[in-house]
Design a protein around this ligand. Structure first.
Ligand code: PLP
Length: 429
């Protein structure tokens, strides 16, 4: 496979951007080599700058649940653009997307659109603090919530710790208000509430943690978080930037039937355009400016073109059988890959839920916390990734990332992928 053009473009890009990219994981540092520059996508497939074709399971990291250049989305976007692209004044399209979401999701009563998942989460945290009048937040090691300061914090050593900043430039004073504990650990959460209970504004969790492997939690654990936050008058935030509209239209809240206080959305909600959102009960949302005193704003928030894309995409998601279809295809893919796996010594698993899957080289039957992931096993992922790429199958370039099945994937794609895995497995050592 020729990748000359991508290599040239990357050499040029490093002169413009740190690491040659505008978001770090794209630089291929975890798998080695240089990134593919993508020039086109249609349905389940993408083409790079050298005209190589790939079956894509990255899906722009999740947003493209219908596949690339979906006709319904593109038509709606083109039609909308003809009337201008931004006004900084309300449009009917914002109402339409809100109506579509709120009338099909009983977990939130009001919503606010922003322009990214990071912004949605950052705003949700401010809202939780504003509503409760408390300061500290509790998050989990192994969950990602975007790149705002108070969430770029990783666990220190010990059961309950104020984290250490996971990025330079995040002040100690900010880190000191973020408590970080392990997933799937009740004692740590209990202890945090014993120590700081009166001052914990919220617990934030990805109810389906899918940014550091796929660390599926037990429903009972999520219910425990619901109960303990209620007891202490703190809020529970579900960060559903990945799981929202992915695990069914009502996301993880609907899947587990657990009602958090605030939910954040992103990715799928924008149909491939930059949209995020947060929603809650009317009472909690009444704190948001201009009704309340928690300030939050955005020049391009509720952008009409992005709203149009979101409306078109979510209308497709609402069609009967949509999510079941994705899940069935995902099962078929996984069964095929597992059947093709014959390595005598290296253990291999695929963890999945709905249309999300995670490839892990592990003996473990379950992996529910970040500490259980064996960093050394990523060496196998690197080999797998390289071979799959060579055979025209594109996975996100890191073994900590999950893959996404989409509406556009066909039986032909699935078979091609299984065959590619079978060949890739032969190269593992
Ligand atoms: C992607 C993601 C974010 C950040 O969203 P951006 O649009 O990249 O800012 C936050 N939380 C979760 C759970 C995510 O998956």
């Amino acid at each position: 496979m020729q990748r000359e053009r991508s290599k040239q473009l990357y050499e040029e890009a490093v002169k413009f951007f740190p690491g040659g990219v505008n978001s770090p994981v794209r630089a291929f540092r975890s798998v080695g080599g240089t990134p593919l520059f993508i020039k086109k996508g249609k349905g389940s497939r993408i083409w790079d700058a050298d005209n190589n074709e790939f079956v894509d399971y990255c899906a722009s990291w999740g947003p493209l649940i219908l596949g690339h250049a979906n006709t319904a989305v593109l038509n709606r976007v083109q039609e909308t653009m003809q009337n201008g692209t931004s006004f900084g004044a309300p449009t009917e399209l914002e109402n339409d997307l809100a109506k579509l979401i709120l009338s099909n999701n009983s977990f939130i009563e009001k919503i606010r659109f922003v322009s990214s998942g990071t912004e949605a989460v950052m705003s949700a945290i401010r809202l939780a603090r504003g509503f409760t009048g408390k300061t500290k937040i509790l998050k989990f090691e192994g969950c990602y919530h975007g790149h705002s300061d108070s969430l770029l914090v990783k666990a220190g050593s010990g059961l309950v710790t104020f984290g250490n900043s996971s990025s330079a430039g995040v002040p100690e004073s900010v880190v000191n208000d973020t408590i970080v504990v392990s997933l799937n650990n009740k004692d740590a959460v209990k202890q945090a509430f014993e120590q700081f209970g009166n001052d914990i504004a919220c617990i934030i969790i990805e109810p389906i943690p899918a940014n550091n492997g796929l660390l599926l939690q037990d429903k009972e654990y999520l219910q425990f978080l619901r109960d303990i936050t209620k007891q202490h008058k703190s809020l529970l935030i579900f960060d559903e930037v990945i799981s929202g509209f992915r695990i069914g239209f009502t996301g993880a809240a609907g899947y587990y039937d657990i009602a958090p206080d605030i939910i954040t959305y992103g990715k799928i909600i924008g149909g491939g355009f930059p949209v995020g959102a947060y929603g809650a009960s009317k009472e909690i949302m009444a704190c948001i400016s201009p009704d309340g005193n928690v300030y939050q704003a955005g020049t391009l928030s509720g952008n009409p073109v992005a709203m149009a894309a979101g409306i078109a995409q979510l209308n497709e998601c609402l069609k009967p059988g949509f999510y079941q279809g994705l899940e069935n295809k995902t099962k078929k893919l996984i069964e095929g890959i597992i059947a093709a796996y014959k390595h005598p010594t290296i253990p291999f698993k695929i963890f999945s839920i709905g249309s999300i899957f995670w490839i892990a080289f592990t003996k473990a039957e379950k992996i529910q916390s970040a500490e259980e992931i064996d960093g050394d096993s990523m060496n196998y992922f690197r080999q797998l990734h390289a071979s799959l790429l060579e055979q025209g199958v594109y996975l996100g370039p890191s073994g900590y990332e999950v893959g996404f099945m989409g509406e556009a994937h066909t039986d032909v794609d699935i078979q091609k992928t299984i065959d590619a895995f079978a060949k890739a497995f032969e190269t593992l050592n």
